[in-house]
Ligand binder design. Structure first.
Ligand code: EPZ
Length: 420
């Protein structure tokens, strides 16, 4: 339940990056022994990745946001459907399993609310490295009698494909080059940990990553980078309430374009070494934007900024270039009185003076955060259902918003009658 009209103020500690921590956890499989990963957010997806590692025989211990992973007995190579169904990112264990064991059996991920989420770029890249695939009963069987380095060009700078191939290439025989690689900060964080473990990697964060395979890896202690998407989400919550919020442990250099866009919308941004102050003195101005692979505007902040623009002064045009159907939540936003029309990859957002509270659903992690952000500025009390989506990607999101002054509290979730 979120009652609109409160300005957010104060400071919030930004957690570790979900989309890095999940891959750092998978990378631990490459080394025999005990790996320690710090600043891991206690969110459902990271708990699920812990179950994946335990299913492979690893020991996983949480202590606050520090994770200890003992892979001494991690001889397993199978990731079952019930875990992949919960989190498609489980397929990121393919690379480390192929590098360490030469084989893997992983349930094929389905699509989700934002698109088909294919893995053809992962498979084609692995095949270039000598991996043979067969699929039956919804499982992908991968064998690599000898994993060899290869020259791989990605049709699209896929984050997951870049990471999966990177984690195989570090243990392959010979040299691998990944062209048209994704450049996200999470890729750089993963490469940093792999190098600490003994890998030989050049160019992480650029479009061409060069890897020289090595034989063995050492377990390390590594700290996850801050979550730029979580930082952006809280920044947008501050902006829609015309508030003034300090984001602690946030990396402005990971959010250049986002902060530029907020500035264009009228926000005042003060970027420190490890903090960002975001204040919005009055109602946001409309801005146009397109989502693109990093360093472009992140698709993972598209729903959240759509909420801000739905009450901005003027009309904005937003283009989603990364996922083929990441506008599913627009219908929910329009039920709150927004005026958004979508046409393929484009959305035209005519800013309204106010939104009005309505019962709405969270459709995925970021759409759920977007509904809550919209509710912060809506007239009345909004009920947001299916909050389990939000819990997959944000730790205590409601409580942390309340600590910033929002009137938000969580009730036992009745099954939403009438919301098909
Ligand atoms: C990662 O997903 C993130 N998830 C996503 O965040 C993020 O939106 C996405 O990168 C883009 O930045 C994690 O890191 C766990 P992609 P990933 O491979 O790796 C197509 C969130 O809310 N594609 O870069 O799956 C794909 O269909 C989530 O935190 C292929 O066609 O993203 C999509 O249209 C949502 N074939 C586009 O590329 C492939 O083999 C980008 O996908 C792989 C991808």
């Amino acid at each position: 339940m979120v009652s609109g009209g409160r300005r957010l103020s104060g400071s919030v500690m930004v957690g570790g990056a979900k989309n890095s921590a999940l891959k750092l956890m998978a990378a631990a499989l490459l080394a025999e022994g005990t790996t320690v990963i710090e600043n891991v957010p206690r969110i459902v997806d990271c708990l699920t990745m812990g179950e994946v590692l335990e299913h492979l025989g690893a020991g996983v211990q949480w202590e606050g946001s520090t994770l200890t992973i003992d892979t001494s007995n991690a001889a397993g190579v199978e990731t079952p459907y019930e875990l992949v169904r919960k989190m498609r990112a489980s397929i990121i264990v393919l690379g480390p399993l192929l590098a360490r064991h030469g084989r893997a059996r992983v349930a094929m991920p389905g699509g989700c609310n934002i698109g088909s989420r294919k893995i053809d770029l992962h498979v084609r890249g692995f095949e270039r490295m000598g991996v043979q695939f067969s699929s039956e009963h919804g499982y992908l069987e991968a064998t690599a009698p000898s994993l060899r380095g290869a020259f791989v060009t990605l049709d699209f700078p896929s984050v997951g494909a870049t990471e999966n191939l990177l984690m195989a290439a570090v243990g392959a025989t010979g040299r691998t080059v990944i062209e048209n690689a994704a450049r996200e900060p999470e890729i750089q964080d993963l490469a940093g940990m792999l190098v600490e473990m003994g890998a030989k990697i050049d160019g992480a964060g650029s479009t061409a990553i060069e890897i020289e395979g090595v034989d063995g890896f050492e377990p390390v202690r590594h700290r996850t980078i801050p979550d730029r998407v979580e930082a952006g989400t809280f920044a947008l919550a501050a902006c829609i309430t015309q508030g003034d919020v300090m984001l602690e442990d946030a990396r402005a250099d990971h959010l250049d374009l986002v902060l530029d866009k907020l500035n264009d919308a009228g926000a005042q941004i003060e970027a420190g070494e490890r903090s960002i102050r975001v204040s919005m003195p009055e109602r946001a101005l409309a801005v146009d934007l397109v989502t693109l692979p990093y360093p472009g505007f992140p698709t993972d902040l598209q729903p959240q900024i759509m909420s801000l623009l739905s009450v901005a002064r003027g009309t904005s045009i937003l283009t989603e270039n990364v996922f083929e159907s990441r506008f599913m939540f627009v219908d929910e936003l329009n039920r709150m009185g927004a005026d958004i029309r979508t046409e393929g990859h484009h959305a035209v957002i005519r800013g309204m003076d106010r939104l009005s509270a309505a019962p709405v659903r969270a459709l995925d992690i970021r759409a759920g955060a977007a509904m809550i952000i919209a509710a912060l500025a809506a007239d009345g009390t909004t009920e947001v259902f299916d909050l389990y989506h939000v819990d997959r990607g944000y730790e205590d999101f409601d409580a942390r918003l309340a600590a910033l002054g929002a009137d938000v509290h969580r009730e036992r979730e009745p099954s939403p009658a009438g919301l098909a």
